[in-house]
Structure formats: C-alpha cells, structure tokens
Design a protein around this ligand. Structure first.
Ligand SMILES: [Zn+2]
Length: 487
C-alpha cells in the first residue's frame, strides 16, 4: 500500500503540525526518563460484539508498539485490559428511585468472561503478535482491582476525596465508588448511599445500601474486602497512579473520544499531586457514524433494531466484524494495512474518520497489488527521515542499516521495502542482506558511502550509536542492499 494507491489527504492539525512522525509524540518522555522499555496499554469494555473502532484501537496498539521499538530501539509490549466491570444490567429501585447496576463479571462469572475474551479478542491479538513481533499480555479489570497496588493507590486517593470528587463528577460531586452487594452483586450506579465511614492506615470502611439486602459494609484494604467497581474516570486516575518507577514508560492507547475526557482525569491527578511515572497517552482516530457521532455499540444496537439486521446496512462488517466474508488472515491484513496508512503521517493519525471513509480506505487496501509488487507480495512499509528518504529515492543511498529485531530478521532477498516520509513513498527491492555482530564490524565490510554519501564513517558511527544503545546493538546488525523499483 502506498500513497498512490490510497488517495488520502488529511488536513493539518495543531499536533500534526508540530511533529514529523506520529511516534515523535513519545520522544520528550523517552529522553527525559531514560526509558528502557515501553508498555502500551489498551482497554476494552467487555460488552458484546466488538466493532471496527474497537479492533482498530487494538491493532494500532500493536502497530504503534512495533514502530516505537524499531524507531527508538526499545523493547515494547502491549497490555490488554478486558474491562469486565462494564454494566450488564440496570434496574431502578422502586423504594429509593435510585438506579442499580450489575457488571458483566457479576452477571456472567469469570469463566464466561474468559470465553468472551477468547472468542472476540485473542485470535486477533495472536495474529498481531505474529505479524509485529510485539508480545502482549491480557488481564481483566476484576484481576486488576484485586491487586494490592491498585487497592493501595485507591485508598491513598481517599485522603483527597474532597479535592477530586468534582473532577470525577463535575455535575454532582459524587465519586461513584461502587461496592457491589456481597450477596447479589448489585450496586447503586451513582453510589448515592455509599459513605466512607472510616479511613485509616489499614483501609477504608464503607457502608452501602442494596436494593434487595439493605445496608451492608465493605472494609476495603490492599488485600481484600470486596469488589471495587470504580467509574471510568476514577478507574483511570487510580490506574495511572499505580505505576512504579522501574524504567518502564507506560503509554495509554485510547480512542480519540478520550481527548475530551482526559482533562477531568488530569484535574484529579493534579489535585492529588502529579506523579513522575504518570503515563503518556496516545489518542487513536475516532470512527464516526454518518451523523458525525462516535460509532458506538448502542448505535449498532439501534441500527440493528431500526434499520434491519446489520447485513442490510451499508457498513456491514465495519459495524460487525463477524460479517467479514474473507479469511481471518485477510481481516488482520486489512486492519494492519489500514493502521499503517493511518500511522504513516501524523495528519492521518490525529483525526477522525466516518465509517464511509473507513470503508473506502479498506476497499483500497484490499485492491490487488500493482504489477511491480505482485511477484513478491506486500511491500513492507518503513518510515524514514526526509534526509535519508531523499538519498534512497535519488539512488545515492543503497544500503539501509537496522538492528536485528525479529521483524527485521524476516526480511529476505527479493522482498520489497517501501520507504515512506509523510506523503512520499519509494519502493525498493532487497538485493542483499548483511549480518554483523556490531556496527564497527559492519563498517569494516559495507561501503560507508553506500550507507550515507554525506557523512564520514566516524560521524555515521556516532549517529547510529546515539540511536541504538549497546543493549540494542547486542541483538546484532542487519544491512539491506536496495535497488529502486521503478513503476
Ligand atoms: Zn444484595
């Protein structure tokens, strides 16, 4: 896929105007922290069938992790949070008029939740790991809220409850700490009658009222005391504070609609006191319905109810991936090619797309490859800075140097590498692969001029060692001799 096959021109934005590459948004923190590894966290509510917005955010988490690893020479991984505390049922208590809710975890139990995750997500994640070489792990909110780190951090926020409650709920000032009834699992949705009775070094004692069982107490400690179901904003505040300084940079990968909500999270964080380990956030493109509203599961349900089954509506598989008619491999290819297109330019990334535009872009990515690329399959996109792009495009740089990550080791003679720089792209064919233990050894064999005609060996060695620290160099060094593919 190249800029020529998919006609996508995105408007400039404040953020896109400030950076050359999408992943440059991470550079200030990586430089300031001396980051040793990055974990990209993506959370998804477990509440029925995912739509393309969900799968796209998840795919982008892997693609962003792959690009960050290759660009910064840092190990990266994806952490998937299955938010099984999504509300499954709500009822109104006739006595108080208050709304009660029960989470998917409380309605379905852990085994059904595990089955849902396996059905809707793990095949995609396994395929994405295979494709990007980025490992992932998976956890549920239920497991997360039960960890001592999460619970201890929650207890610390209670000392600041008065300072944060209007950030968490600007309209009513309630923190929405839902502590489901230990007998039936229902909890007051807005926690109107949940009160903190005592807070001391050992924990927090709460009282709440169940619609079936009346008043009950929960003694929340770092080690137990009952289920802790926090509202979305509160959960993010606690989660973001629970990271420790261990050389890991945490990056939250969030749908673009979060850009509006994060000011409330940030308000609460600064009211408590910012932490040095606060994660960075990357907001991914939003998928919008025809009216410009965010594509959501409720919209999906309404479409299903009002306009007939999803098969009958023009978005088909975009609304419901189970309607995908190709192979699962095609689905992953379509998602990753779409993701690579979005990542290829900050202007394509920091914006929204309608389902119609998504459909057009995915149709384009599914077109048969052009003649020059057909024999060797899909060209691999590699982002490169303008200076080097120009040298490759004019044929004066014929050797590209990379550290031997698994994804790079898969490149072989005959493969097509498509170098991209903003809207420009340049397709090359690999004519030789060189393998070396160190950069020094590489310069002993490869032509310095072929790598960069404008810099001496000493200058090149310094530049390359600045990008790749010794731990990365230790993976080994690969060179790719390139010839331009004229189309
Ligand atoms: Zn109850």
């Amino acid at each position: 896929m190249t800029a020529e096959t998919v006609h996508l021109r995105s408007p400039n934005t404040v953020l896109a105007n400030a950076i050359d590459y999408t992943l440059d948004v991470l550079r200030p923190r990586i430089l300031a922290d001396g980051t040793e590894r990055i974990r990209f966290t993506v959370g998804t509510q477990i509440n029925g069938h995912p739509h393309i917005g969900t799968h796209l955010v998840q795919s982008l988490a892997f693609l962003v992790a792959e690009a960050a690893r290759d660009d910064y020479g840092i190990d990266t991984a994806v952490e998937f949070h299955a938010l099984d505390n999504a509300p499954a049922d709500t009822v109104r208590d006739t006595a108080s008029g208050h709304r009660y809710q029960r989470t998917y975890r409380h309605r379905l139990g852990p085994h059904v939740i595990a089955d849902l995750v396996t059905e809707h997500y793990t095949p995609l994640f396994d395929a994405l790991t295979l494709r990007t070489g980025v490992p992932y792990d998976l956890t549920t909110y239920t497991v997360q809220q039960n960890t001592p780190e999460f619970r201890a951090e929650f207890l610390r926020t209670l000392e600041h409850l008065d300072a944060i409650r209007y950030w968490l709920d600007p309209s009513a000032g309630s923190a929405h700490i839902r502590l489901p009834c230990p007998e039936c699992g229902w909890a007051e949705k807005y926690a109107e009658r949940t009160r903190l009775l005592e807070l001391d070094g050992s924990g927090g004692l709460f009282e709440s009222v169940c619609l079936h069982h009346g008043r009950y107490e929960s003694d929340i400690t770092p080690l137990g005391g009952g289920y802790l179901d926090l509202s979305t904003l509160y959960r993010n505040v606690v989660k973001e504070r629970s990271y420790r300084a261990d050389g890991t940079l945490h990056v939250m990968v969030k749908g673009g609609d979060w850009a509006f909500g994060c000011q409330l999270v940030d308000g609460a964080q600064s009211a408590i006191g910012m932490t040095a380990t606060a994660p960075v956030r990357i907001f991914t493109p939003q998928i919008l319905g025809p009216d410009g509203g965010k594509l959501s599961k409720s919209l999906l349900r309404e479409a299903g109810a009002g306009a007939g089954p999803p098969e009958g509506n023009p978005f088909g598989w975009i609304l419901n991936p189970s309607l995908w008619t190709g192979t699962p491999e095609d689905y992953v290819s379509t998602l990753t090619e779409l993701g690579e297109l979005l990542l290829s330019d900050p202007r394509n990334f920091f914006r929204s797309y309608t389902t119609t535009e998504m459909e057009r872009l995915t149709m384009s990515t599914r077109q048969p490859a052009r003649s020059a690329t057909q024999a060797h399959g899909r060209p691999r996109n590699i982002q490169i800075y303008r200076e080097y792009f120009d040298l490759i495009a004019d044929g004066s740089k014929t050797v590209e140097v990379r550290v031997a990550y698994d994804s790079m080791k898969r490149i072989k003679v005959g493969d097509l590498l498509n170098f991209t720089c903003r809207e420009l792209s340049c397709t090359t064919r690999v004519t030789r692969v060189g393998k070396y233990r160190t950069f020094k050894e590489m310069f002993g064999t490869e032509s310095v001029k072929a790598i960069n005609p404008n810099a001496t060996e000493v200058e090149q060695l310094m530049a390359i060692q600045a990008i790749f620290p010794p731990a990365k160099e230790a993976l080994g060094v690969l060179t790719f001799e390139l010839e331009l593919v004229h189309e």
